[in-house]
Design a protein around this ligand. Sequence first.
Ligand code: DHB
Length: 300
Amino acid sequence: MLKAKLGRIQLKTPLVLASGILGTNAQIMKRCIDNGAGAVTLKSIGPIERNGHNNPTVLAFDSGLINAVGLPTPGYLNMDEEWEEINRIIKEPIIASVYGSSVEEYCRIIKYISKFNPSIIELNVSCPNKKAGMAFGKNAELVSELIREVKKCTKLPIMPKLTPNCDNISEIAKACEKAGADMIAAINTAGPGMIIDIETRKPLLKYKTGGISGPAIKPIAIRCVYEIYESVKIPILGIGGISNGRDAIEMLMAGASAVGIGSAVYYDNIEVFNKINREIEEWLKNNKIKSIKDIIGAAR
Ligand code: DHB
């Protein structure tokens, strides 16, 4: 009943661990799979080792999280052993997220990691916490050129992850499809936002600003996925503020083929995948719907 498909990739459940959340080592991603995730995404892999920003990097507020982690990465050349462990213990689809600051950098990383054969390559073109991080994702021409070049470097499916912080996400999605993207992930964090501590009169995050995630951004994510679904034929991985079964159904109805789970892991721990799966199943049963695919895009 919970089986799903993202393009040609078969998923045992529609839930995907979103990038940046626990996707840092094989053991912990395996725990997500064992607890009901249908696929897992690694923390974005970059060109060279980076520690990221100084603490505090993640804070909770009333209705979500704000973060400026700063794209910490071991660097793509320093992950061979982790990849071997990932491929040894994880049998469900792996999504490798990649970031770079030039087309050449993305291509170099993707060529190298393709030998480890992840199921999908996610292009992070939408990080709010590094200068120029978002340049590609906000500009249809830049993202098209990136996708066309990246497609020459690998046979693996390419999935750009789009930012909600653009004028027209449909236009960006259409440009991605035309350039050869196999699927689209939407959305990355919104904002950037800021939280000020009124006692010290200073921004709380060390980096001052950060990307917003969690329940606060769910309606933005739903609107973006709905608009993308209306504009392209390629499948969508819907991400943003999903924390229970009803949220996940809403995201599927907006047009997502599978649903990313990120901040909800912070609130409900790794068991959140099983919890959301149970709630989806119960809703489907109560509404006499046999399969996830019968509700994809139902809101259109
Ligand atoms: C970071 C990267 C992202 O893509 C994002 O949406 C938020 C934070 C980071 O590592 O800082």
